[in-house]
Design a binder for this molecule. Structure first.
Ligand code: C5P
Length: 451
């Protein structure tokens, strides 16, 4: 196939040469299309020698061939790696001020973008917004890896290894979604493209895993989060929690058994991740911020009918990540003070976005762990939390020494909002039992039935 390899002007441009080679070795015809700034990092002869194509940057070269239209029409796949913050902004805005952006605008093939930049730029709201816009166009935006950046700093923003980008790009072209290869590293976000295949899937004829599934949730898409997030302090330490992931995995299983197409967003779990199967897509995440991003990507790429937030999300993270291990001074008796900052409340944000008319599921389910006290029972605390979170359903786990965390058994109250009333169902038994009961309630919920 003919692949256009767009290359942005970042230090990671050298990795584009390796990516070009991987595609060529697999028998693809690769047309390199660097930006002007990319050529400040790697010279045109490198790309020309590796690809056998002349390098063109501007629409004012080969004008007689109307090159950007020709290239766009002939392309089977466009891969932009690395994509800088500026290139993301230009693509999101629909600019056509060089050959690459002009070609992307004229092409109808899948587009896969692998951003690379410093963590601050990647986390900047402007960049976040541009990524969301690009995903909204149906482009696949591959998550950057976490690791060493250009200088002595490290964090999220590193270009994933060329082989991982190749795999994500070929999977996007094939219309499949590969499972993430490692926690906190590359996570292909979407294989969707607003072409004929995506339309067929939206029409409900097929799921990525095969024909439409039968059951009370047949034809429905459910996004489930599971496990506990880990917030890194330094290369060897993190702030974590005791979530085993068993409950979230049980919810995913019960939803699959009920015929749903399930996207399972897995933070750290104490139990093995489920094996891949038809109808199940798994993505691994590390931190609360990564989970937030994975949730919004999963909701943006294809409409979801329900979101079940089973994961234990850290409310706080260390304000600063130390690049090298925090050492104790053998002479001193004091200890370092770790400053924490608040993490966003993902569940609340999804509820808020739905209120503003954004892409959001019909049914939003939260989980909460409470111990209860003399002042308030577990159910009372649950009712208050259902109100404050604004979800449609809240599963309140009663946590005690042997209950819930890590155990196969659980005791919970499922609170379902019915107009101004709240319906309460107590469930005690296995986590599988609670998951099945929850899925039954979801399938019979009027907001799910209306869709
Ligand atoms: O406030 P609390 O942590 O008890 O709320 C638990 C629920 O909120 C869970 O569904 C959890 O997945 C979700 N949550 C979240 N973002 C956070 C903290 C919790 O989405 N930062």
């Amino acid at each position: 196939m003919r692949i256009i390899l767009g290359i942005g002007g970042g230090i990671a441009a050298y990795k584009a040469a390796m990516l070009l080679r991987l595609f060529s070795e697999a028998g693809h015809d690769v047309v390199p299309m660097p930006t002007d700034s990319a050529l400040r990092f790697v010279g045109a002869p490198t790309f020309e020698a590796l690809s056998g194509h002349p390098v063109r940057v501007s629409v004012f070269e080969d004008v007689e061939t109307v090159n950007h239209v020709r290239q766009g029409e002939q392309a089977d796949l466009i891969v932009v790696a690395p994509a800088t913050a500026d290139l993301l902004a230009r693509l999101a805005a629909g600019r056509a001020d060089d050959l690459l952006t002009g070609t992307v605008l004229t092409a109808t093939c899948p587009v896969v973008i692998a951003p690379a930049m410093h963590t601050q730029m990647w986390e900047n709201p402007a960049t976040r917004r541009n990524v969301e816009i690009l995903r909204g166009y149906g482009y696949t935006v591959v998550e950057p890896a976490v690791g060493r950046l250009t200088g002595r700093d490290s964090g999220a923003g590193r270009l994933p290894e060329p082989a991982e980008i190749r795999d994500a790009a070929l999977a996007a072209h094939a219309g499949t979604r590969p499972r993430a290869t490692a926690r906190t590293e590359v996570r292909p976000q979407t294989a969707g493209h607003a072409g004929p295949r995506a339309d067929d899937e939206r029409a409900g004829d097929r799921t990525p895993g095969g024909p439409r599934r039968e059951g009370p949730l047949g034809g429905r898409r459910v996004v489930v989060t599971a496990g506990g997030t880990r917030e890194p302090l330094d290369p060897v330490r993190f702030l974590g929690n005791r979530s085993s992931g068993k409950q979230g995995i049980a919810v995913a299983r019960a939803a699959l058994d009920a015929g749903a197409e399930v996207t399972l967003l897995l933070a750290h779990t104490e139990v093995p991740a489920p094996a891949e199967e038809a109808g199940l897509t798994i993505r691994s995440v590390g931190t609360a911020l990564e989970l937030r991003e994975a949730v919004f990507a999963a909701l943006a790429e294809q409409p979801a009918d329900a979101l079940v937030m089973t994961a234990a999300v850290a409310d706080f993270r260390p304000g600063a990540y130390r690049e090298s291990k925090i050492k104790k001074d053998p002479e001193a008796t004091d200890a370092p003070v770790i400053e924490l900052v608040r993490n966003p409340d993902i569940l609340r944000e999804v509820v808020q976005r739905r209120g503003e008319g954004g892409p959001a599921p019909a049914l939003i389910v939260g989980f909460a762990a409470e111990t209860g006290s003399e002042e308030a029972s577990v159910a009372e605390l649950g009712r208050a939390k259902l109100c404050s979170k604004g979800s449609d359903v809240l599963v309140v786990n009663q946590v005690g020494t042997d209950l819930v965390f890590g155990s196969d058994r659980t005791a919970a109250t499922i609170l379902v909002r019915r107009g101004s009333e709240t319906e309460e169902t107590d469930v005690a038994g296995g986590k599988d039992d609670l998951a099945r009961r929850l899925v039954e309630l979801m399938a019979s919920h009027p907001d799910m039935r209306r869709r």
